[in-house]
Design a protein around this ligand. Structure first.
Ligand code: ADA
Length: 555
């Protein structure tokens, strides 16, 4: 399953999940030799022949068109670089495992065709976001793939921006149309949501993209909230001379997220975030989690009393975001970056790879009501002038794409960061009593004094990471580090003390589950070559801290 709901009633699409031909490649120009059949979506590391394979590989799939048509080849995620061919015609390349991308091809004739994808998960100077790290870069076509059949004028995006003024719900609906023909096209668009319908006559110039927006005021709306995550279907369809050309459905929610003084407000009411940092990683699935695993994770987080999840450190699968919309779980979605020092941020590809990730993240995830904040650049060089320039540039890019959500980044450059004033919400990664021994409340109050001295106005603070490691099953009466007991002690003290501080508007525990890390650079500081700070292990087996968190957050 690619999405939780049907995005089209009219547009024909085919889900291409299933077994694809697969083979390792030693060089990009090698003739493919298909030795295996691998499931799409999945990680090749789940096949015993490729447990630790970091390299090039090729996938192949045949598709049959019943009639001539334009096509969109839609990939939800390929880890980490894809080169896509259609009948051996090179369509293009995409970098980054965590954002969706599409290739368009007009006038494809009826009959059998071949899709070939060369996948690369190697580390190199050119790969500035996927590098040896405290999480694993898997290999493969790790999220869903589908082929969509389009006419020469089709709907590229359908965006929904809710607002609430003068006791009424309003929304700006924007329709992005693309005309792939060499002649201007006049079409009629119909937009329907919550018993409101609008008709628009639109002319789209040849080979161009046209954006039209419509402002609608509503009566009798059920808002989206954590307790009542009410969703609506926003539908748009295109006709030309009474013939239907295309359609698109987006599931949306009426809610507002605002920052007011030191408070984060959902629909005008102050909220306190109780969240987990969650990598997309599980035993037997790698980063390619099926829907039942996603639901299990959400149920476990909610069982512990959480109301939020941070997609550390990259955009998540749209299916997971659909589930968060339905379950009323708030999401801090983050563009892809973790722990980059200034030399890594100064690599030639860094800024364009980051910019593309942000662009694709916001264009594809804009409509999810569960996303309450956009995050960037986790623990990067925010204390360096050049690093600060790049933080500002990325925040400016986000604000140009979305003025409806606050922005933040998880900072670990304590007492020396240059970027806190660029945020709407300050977020701090602190590992009190794991990496450093501190008087938890005293140290946090000291840090907040520094935060308030270096920012132009007082704003909400989120503790975006805190916690400690525990090896599942390691119990010790002396409560030493790596015992489950010590993890409980650290979490109990931090949750209790941080919650007691008025300016702190939320907490994200590091982390929900144990995850695989790269052996390079990380194995010696990560027992099992895993990050073991999970509250559950990679099999979702709860550690002692599960009940500690549940008592504090749920009970
Ligand atoms: C950092 C980082 C996380 C993880 C964590 C840890 O805060 O943001 O990705 O590496 O430390 O486990 O030490």
């Amino acid at each position: 399953m690619i999405r939780l709901y049907k995005e089209h009633d009219f547009r024909q699409e085919e889900n291409l999940e299933g077994l694809w031909d697969f083979g390792k490649l030693n060089h990009i120009d090698d003739q493919p030799h298909y030795t295996h059949r691998l499931v799409v979506p999945s990680c090749w590391e789940e096949n015993p022949a490729f447990y630790n394979y970091r390299g090039l590989a090729v996938y192949r799939k045949q598709v049959t068109l019943k009639e001539a048509s334009g096509i969109l080849l839609n990939f939800k995620g390929v880890s980490h670089t894809a080169k896509v061919y259609f009948d051996d015609e090179y369509l293009g390349e995409h970098y980054n495992a965590f954002t969706p991308f599409s290739f368009l091809k007009s006038n494809v004739e009826a009959g059998m065709h071949e899709i070939k994808v060369i996948v690369d998960n190697r580390f190199s100077e050119e790969s500035t976001l996927h590098l040896p790290n405290d999480y694993y870069t898997y290999g493969g076509i790790t999220r869903g793939v589908r082929i969509e059949y389009i006419d020469n004028v089709f709907i590229q995006h359908l965006n929904f921006t809710p607002s609430y003024e003068k006791n009424k719900w309003h929304a700006q609906v924007s329709l992005v149309l693309q005309n792939t023909s060499d002649t201007p096209q006049s079409v009629q668009a119909t937009i329907n949501i919550a018993n409101e319908t609008r008709h628009l006559d639109i002319r789209v110039d040849e080979n161009s993209i046209q954006v039209v927006t419509e402002n609608i005021t509503f009566s009798d709306i059920k808002p989206w909230s954590m307790q009542n995550p009410n969703l609506y279907e926003l539908k748009a369809f295109l006709t030309q001379n009474q013939n239907t050309l295309d359609d698109m459905i987006q599931r949306v929610g009426f809610r507002t997220i605002t920052v007011d003084g030191m408070d984060i407000k959902l629909n005008g009411k102050k909220i306190f975030i109780k969240g987990f940092n969650r990598h997309e990683d599980a035993a037997n699935f790698g980063c390619s989690l099926p829907m039942n695993m996603m639901i299990k994770d959400i149920e476990l987080m909610k069982d512990m009393g959480a109301n939020a999840v941070r997609t550390c450190h990259y955009p998540n699968d749209e299916l997971f975001l659909d589930l968060c919309d339905e379950y009323g779980l708030l999401v801090w979605e983050e563009s892809h970056a973790r722990g980059l020092k200034i030399d890594k941020m100064l690599r030639p590809n860094f800024e364009k790879q980051s910019e593309l990730c942000i662009d694709e993240m916001i264009h594809s995830h804009y409509n999810h009501p569960s996303i309450f904040v956009w995050g960037i650049l986790n623990e990067c060089a925010s204390h360096e002038p050049e690093g600060a320039r790049m933080h500002q540039k990325q925040f400016d890019q986000i604000k140009s794409l979305d003025q409806s959500r606050p922005v933040t980044f998880a900072c670990d450059k304590h007492f020396k960061c240059l970027c806190l004033d660029m945020t709407d919400i300050v977020s701090l990664n602190v590992y009190y009593n794991w990496y450093h021994g501190f008087d938890v409340k005293g140290q946090m109050l000291k840090e907040l004094d520094w935060v308030n001295d270096t920012t132009s106005y007082k704003r909400p603070v989120i503790i975006s990471e805190f916690g400690g490691g525990a090896i599942y099953g390691y119990r010790s009466p002396n409560r030493v580090k790596w015992s489950e007991e010590r993890q409980c002690d650290i979490l109990e003290e931090c949750i209790t003390k941080f919650t007691d501080i008025d300016q702190i508007s939320g907490l994200f525990i590091w982390q929900f589950c144990d995850v695989r890390v790269t052996e390079e650079e990380w194995a010696l500081s990560r027992p099992r070559t895993m990050n073991n700070k999970g509250i559950v292990d990679e099999y979702r087996r709860p550690k002692l801290a599960y009940d500690t968190v549940k008592q504090l957050w749920k009970d």
